[in-house]
Write a protein that binds this ligand. Structure first.
Ligand SMILES: [Zn+2]
Length: 251
């Protein structure tokens, strides 16, 4: 976890507020690292504000050239350096995971909520949306989901959306498995957020018993919510479109 040089590359650190950024000097300049630290500090502050959380989390970013898939492990976030440079890093998504770890919630909710919050923050002007799997964030996710529902790859991951577990191949096959799973989960979480409010979703992220809390808050099970969401999606799911231009990485 520490920023020491396992590959022999020189590492450096910059700090901004409650954010620490460790980076490889050969891959990123100090000014770029400082600019990213400022962006991440703003993202953290705005996420805490949006979610109604106390402003106290301290996060460490590890930017690495060799990192393939962005991940959050506890309060440490690993991002591929090239995505930071091209402003396509899912740093807001990973901040959401770090601050709201969803320890007891199913994967569809944890991933869908991180995607939803990333888009919500960027739409408020706080940083950028990586758009790893969606074309237009929260505004366009239902159209993206409708296209996946009309595609056999979307149908293949659908049993895991609104239920426990993750589809086989989600890490190895980002293009055909992770992409539909994230987009469908994001759309279902947005459906819930639009009807129950974001504060209810933040409560669900922190509860120890997701199923009973969802039923208590909304009066419905996750499977009932999935049925309602699918019924609403069905009319626009008629036209399959190619999604081959989607980018393929992100956690
Ligand atoms: Zn994620």
């Amino acid at each position: 976890m520490a920023g020491r040089a396992e590959s022999g590359a020189a590492h450096a650190i910059v700090r901004r507020g409650r954010i620490t950024v460790a980076y490889e000097c050969a891959a990123l300049g100090r000014e770029e690292a400082r600019a990213f630290a400022a962006l991440a500090a703003e993202g953290l502050r705005e996420l805490e504000r949006l979610a109604g959380l106390p402003a106290r989390a301290r996060l460490r970013f590890e930017l690495r050239a060799a990192t393939r898939i962005s991940t959050a492990r506890g309060r440490t976030i690993f991002l591929p350096t090239h995505r930071v440079i091209s402003r396509s890093a899912p740093y807001l998504h990973e901040i959401a995971h770090a601050v709201l770890p969803c320890r007891y919630a199913p994967a569809w909710f944890s991933e869908g909520l991180a995607c939803y919050l990333e888009s919500a923050l960027s739409e408020r002007g706080s940083g950028y949306d990586s758009r790893l799997f969606t074309g237009d964030g929260n505004r366009g996710v239902d159209a993206d989901a409708a296209r996946w529902l009309a595609d056999r790859r979307g149908q293949k991951v659908l049993p895991y959306v609104g239920a426990r577990g993750t589809p086989p191949g989600i890490v190895a096959d980002r293009h055909n498995v992770a992409a539909p799973f994230y987009v469908l989960s994001h759309s279902l979480v947005k459906f819930l957020a639009d009807r129950e409010g974001l504060a209810s979703l933040i409560g669900l992220a922190r509860t120890r018993n997701f199923s009973s809390a969802l039923r208590r808050i909304s009066g419905k099970s996750a499977l009932s919510w999935r049925s309602l969401w699918l019924a609403q999606m069905a009319p626009s799911a008629a036209l399959p479109q190619s999604s081959s231009s989607r980018k393929t990485l992100g956690g």
